[in-house]
Design a protein around this ligand. Sequence first.
Ligand code: ISJ
Length: 378
Amino acid sequence: MPVLGATATDRAERPVAHPFVLSRPHGTVIAEGVSEHFDRASAAADALRTGQVAAIVGALPFAPDGPAALTAPNTLHHSPAHYDAPAADLPPITITGALPSEGEHVDRVETVLRLLRSDDNDLLKVVLARALALRADRPVTPHDLLVALTRNDPLHNGFLVDLTAAGGVWTGRHLVGSSPEVLVRRRGDRVTAHPLAGSAPRHCDPGIDRATADRLAGSAKNLAEHAHVIDAIRAALEPLCVDLDIPEQPTVTSTRQLWHLGTPIEGRLHDPGVTALDLALAVHPTPAICGTPTAAARDLILATEGDRGFYAGALGWCDAAGDGEWLVTIRCAVLDADGVGLTAYAGGGIVADSDPADELAETTVKFGTVLDALGVLR
Ligand SMILES: C=C(O[C@@H]1C=C(C(=O)O)C=C[C@H]1O)C(=O)O
């Protein structure tokens, strides 16, 4: 007998569809059922604070006026293991388009570089992104994508969010991915974050790989990209925390595809009434996915790329006690309601001494997290 869902082609035989799953190295959070939808984060945060709902899960958009996809689940399960479950093999998935083309992305980086290098504006960093349109040979489920993503990630990071709560075009769509970046986490009065910014590609030769990491740790350009993120997170958390501990220098961390500069941040909440969702709203969008100054960078990104939807937003959970964890929505894709169309996203921080060709290459490597996991031919 096949294990439930392992070889089934009939969707009805698959495990129950969850509106939200977050797999992390230290455990998994799974939401079951939906008792309320919220397309405004402030309404969800109020409902949680006033005890009207017992938990909130879902995703925040990149743009402040975009709809959120947040729900109050019927139950929120915590398990100490990362996520794994029987899943169907994925069909062939191919790239059908680049949004925009690689050439246009390079042109956009060059335009931003001219602004960053000119004297008459105060922009210091802008994160530009591009997308790839993908198509599966037959419909896939968000669950099967999530299992492929968590199995391919050395730390088993993976997420799945039903975006229906955002309404309109998001109805029936799902966000899936494997983010390495913790926006903010709250447990009791303890607040932690692990921002990443500054990147270099991994190499299959261990010597070259190590040398790349060492070069990244000493790269003035990457340290500058990183410092913008730290400054913004410090400014957001300082009013909310006591004993905020931010190491002077970042350390090098890795995913299967990339080295990143990362800084482990820790603090204690002044007011235990501030929930993990409140904290996520206070720090989002960081210059890891937006830029510096925030508003000017965001306006430029929206004018250049158009609406990013949920890419470069945040996704996570928060319970009645206010505890929770929110990740930065990167290394991700949106699955269309038909189960066939997917859009994958990748971006990178641009500062005055960035190189356009390197920036394009960085996004290509970042796409690898989703494309490798889903076996997309390139
Ligand atoms: C924007 C992305 O990643 C972010 C940008 C990084 C950078 O510019 O070096 C590094 C990690 C992430 O904070 C992405 O993966 O799409």
